[in-house]
Each structure stands twice: as C-alpha cells, then as structure tokens.
Design a protein around this ligand. Sequence first.
Ligand code: ZN
Length: 319
Amino acid sequence: MIGVDLGGTKLLAGAVDDGLHVHHRAHRSSRGEDQAELLDLAVDAVQEARAAVEGDVLAVGFGIPSLIDQRRGMAVMTVNLPLENVPFRDVMSERLGLPVFLDNDGNVAALVEQRHGAAKGAQEVVMLTIGTGIGGGLVLGGEVYRGAIGAGAELGHMVIDMDGPRCQGACPNHGCLEAVASGTALGREALRIAHERPDSGLGKALAAGSEIRGALVTELAHDGDAAARDALALIGSRLGVGIANYVNIFNPEYVVVGGGVIAAGDLLLGPARAVVAERALSPSRDVVRIVPARFGAESGMLGAATLALEGIGHRAAAA
Ligand SMILES: [Zn+2]
C-alpha cells in the first residue's frame, strides 16, 4: 500500500506493508502551490514511493485536510490548501492507474490509532491532529464516524470562544479551537511572548533572526526555556477547554493527540489534562485517557495506508 498524508505545509507518502512497516518515505513541502501543482506534487511523491519498493502496490490511500463528499470522492472544501470541488478520488485513480481511497486526515489518523495505536481496540475514540490546523476524527462503536456524506467530525472547528479571532483560511467562523490552539496559533503566541520577554530563550531566538514557529518553540521548551513552556502551556490549556467538550459529548475512552505539535508531549498534554479535570463532567472526565498518538506525526500517512488496506479487503470480500 501507499499512504499519503497531504498536510497544510507538508506532504508525506509512505510505502507500507500489511504489517504497517514503512519501506520508503517520500517527503515534499507544499507551500503556495495552486491546485494543479499540488496534485502534481502528490502524484510525484506516490510515484517515488512506488518506484522505491519491490513488488506490486495494490492501492493508494489519501488523508487530506478537506471536507469530503464520500459519495463522489470529492474534496469539497479545504481550509488550508487549494483543494476545492476536486473529484480527487477519480483524478488520482486515473493518473496513478491504481485504486484510490480517500478520507479526511483526522479520520485516517483516528483509524490507525484505534486499529493499531494508542487507542488500540477501544470503542469510543476522539482524535485530534494538531499541525497548521486542527484535524479531527471520531471512532464511535468501534468504527470511524463520518457523518451523512463524509464531511463530519470537524472537531477543530468547534467554537470555544464566540468572540475569538477569525478562524483560518476558508472557515467563516470565529474562535474555533483551530483558531486558538493549532500549531499556527502556537507560533503566534510564542512570537508575542518573545517580544514581551526579550531575555528568554524565545526572545533571544527572535533577536537572532529565527522564525518563531511551532518546532522551534517545542525545541526550546524541551531545553527548559520557561517562555517556550508558557507558550505551550497556554495552547495546552485551550486544547483542554476543547477536549472537555468532547469528553462531555462523547464520553470517550481515549482522546488521542497527534500531528506535528505533539512533539511537545506532556508540556502540551499536562496543561490540557489539568483543564479537563477541572471543567469536564464527572464521571466522563474520570475515565478518559488523554494520550499522545503512537504514530506521532506519521499517523496521517499510516492511517491513509490502513484505509487503503481495509478498502482493498472490503472490495475483495464483496467480489
Ligand atoms: Zn474554524
């Protein structure tokens, strides 16, 4: 199988076997392309992964950060990428000459974490992938929940501050969890803190000309910089407000957090757990486990491969 995680700024295509071992990874950065260039980039990465492994590739799975209409395999709308009203499944299947399976990036991450990862075997799982935006996925009753046409589980666009900042890209709302607790928001808050505290590690990095982004904040926080830790704690506590809502609504066994920002580990999840303990309803708050994704930043790619694997299995069973 080949699994492709098409993120807001990064694309990862992996050649993956049935045991989820990755035999080749093709990385691309996706910044500023138009739709045609973005599709070319995805095709190119898949071809690289396909050429790098021996044996036949049976199918390709895509996890994309889009609102999807599963009836037609359409990427209807994408907040952080130029994908709008694209018949993605058919276009890719034709260009690659392989069966293509398509789902939202949060859904595929939820799938692989529930089948093989941090929430293995659990029936009720909430998944958040925190990167440029915040993707969401739900496993309810042991199966991925997609809503009526496949566009559901947009957990990042739950509002936690009605009068908050405008959300990103094509989202018309204000104060969504994504607007205040994504990797983008982390970079923004860290930049503000860097200006306020010039003597901190963050402040010095800014003065030295570094771009204040999520990965740098996490690195400084792991090195013990208090300002970087404060930025992560702020984002973590906002995340906790969002998670308290999901805990009340779904009573999940696990809330799994993945995406690039989870490299911060407990520096992010500790403050989130504290807020959930304070704000969510008992008994749901007492049973939920808030854990990092087992597959970390690769949950999207591995989830897309799992989607393709299960998709091929279903086809074979139906034939
Ligand atoms: Zn939004």
